[in-house]
Design a protein around this ligand. Structure first.
Ligand code: PMV
Length: 292
C-alpha cells in the first residue's frame, strides 16, 4: 500500500517559538510517498540507498518501523520512498517520511490506526531520532492545513503562492537553536524583546491569514521578521544575498526554519521572481493520505 504526507513551511515565528512565542506554520504541496509491501525480511529503498533496518542511513524510517512493531509485530516489510521534498532544508522532510511510512504500514498490515494515533507514533519517532522535538513537524504533516503554534489553532485555509529558494546549504536545527540560546544567555532582556517583537509580527500575520491577505502588508511583516532573525544571528551570507537580490526585484523575503542555510521564502507577487534553485509551493489542505 502507498501513502503520502506533505512538507511544511514555517511562515513566521521560528526560534521565538522555542521560547513559547507563536509560530505560523503551513503544510505545503510537496509530498513524500512511501510504499509498504509485506516481505520476509526488512528492506528500505530510498534516494539515500538500499538497506535493511539501518539507524544511520535511514534513521526515521527504521524508527518508524520499530515503533510500528510495538503496535503490530511483523517479521519483515519492504519500504520504497520517493520524495519531492528537499532534505535537511527546513521543510520537514523527516516528518513527512515518518508519517507516510506509518500510514503505509498501517494500511498494508490493516491495523486501522487513526491519524491521531499515527501522529502520536510519529512524535515518538522524532524523540527517538533527535532526543527533543516539539512534535510540530509530524503534526502538520499528519493533519495538513495552516496552524498557529503552540496552541494548534487551525486557521482558515487560504490559497496563496510561496516562493521557496533553496540555498543548497544544509541547516542544522540543533546548532542554530544552541547559538540563539547562547546569545540569549548573554543578553536575556535584549533577545527576549526581539522574541516579543517576532511574536507581534506572527500574530499580525496570523490575523491576516485568517481574514484577508494583503500583499503589501505581508511583505512588510516578512521583511521585519527577517531583520530580527538576522539580529539573533541565524541568517548567513547566502541568505542575506538572496534576500537582498529579491528586494531589488521588489520582493520581501525571509529565511524559514532554523536558518544558517536551508530555504528562503517570499510571499506576495512572487511570480515575477527570477532565481535559480527556486520553486513555487502552495499551502496544502490535506495531511497524510493513502494513494491509489
Ligand atoms: O528548520 P526546522 O524545520 O527544523 O525548524 C526549526 C524551527 C526552530 O524554531 C528554529 C526550532 C523549533 O524546534 O521550533
Amino acid at each position: 500500500m502507498k501513502a503520502s504526507a506533505p512538507a511544511k513551511i514555517i511562515l513566521f515565528g521560528e526560534h521565538a517559538v522555542v521560547y513559547k512565542k507563536h509560530a505560523l506554520v503551513t503544510a505545503v504541496n510537496l509530498r513524500c510517498y512511501a510504499e509498504a509491501k509485506k516481505s520476509s525480511n526488512f528492506r528500505i529503498i530510498s534516494p539515500l540507498g538500499v538497506t535493511s533496518l539501518d539507524f544511520e542511513v535511514h534513521p526515521w524510517i527504521s524508527c518508524a518501523i520499530k515503533n510500528f512493531i510495538k503496535v503490530k509485530p511483523i517479521n519483515g516489510v519492504e519500504i520504497k520512498i520517493e520524495s519531492e521534498i528537499p532534505i535537511a532544508s527546513g521543510l520537514g522532510s523527516s516528518a513527512a517520511v515518518t508519517v507516510s511510512v506509518l500510514k503505509a504500514l498501517d494500511a498494508e498490515f490493516e491495523t486501522n490506526l487513526t491519524n491521531e494515533e499515527i501522529y502520536e507514533l510519529a512524535k515518538k519517532v522524532e524523540i527517538d531520532v533527535q532526543s527533543i522535538g516539539s512534535g510540530t513537524d509530524p503534526f502538520i504533516s499528519t493533519f495538513g492545513g495552516i496552524w498557529l503554534i503552540p496552541e494548534r489553532k487551525k486557521l482558515n485555509f487560504k490559497e496563496f503562492e510561496i516562493l521557496v529558494i533553496d540555498t543548497k546549504e544544509k541547516s542544522i536545527t540543533a546548532d542554530m537553536v544552541k547559538k540563539v540560546a547562547e546569545l540569549r544567555n548573554k543578553y536575556p532582556e535584549i533577545v527576549d524583546s526581539i522574541f516579543d517583537a517576532i511574536d507581534g509580527i506572527t500574530l499580525r500575520a496570523a490575523k491576516m491569514f485568517d481574514e484577508k491577505i494583503e500583499n503589501e502588508k505581508i511583505s512588510e511583516l516578512a521583511f521585519l521578521n527577517q531583520c530580527l532573525l538576522k539580529a539573533i544571528g541565524v541568517s548567513n551570507r547566502k541568505i542575506d544575498s538572496i534576500v537582498e537580490n529579491l528586494c531589488k526585484q521588489g520582493i520581501a523575503a525571509k529565511l524559514t526554519g532554523a536558518g544558517g542555510g536551508g530555504c528562503v521564502i517570499a510571499f506576495g507577487n512572487v511570480k515575477s521572481a527570477n532565481f535559480e534553485n527556486s520553486f513555487i509551493v502552495k499551502p496544502e489542505r490535506e495531511g497524510v493520505r493513502l494513494e491509489e
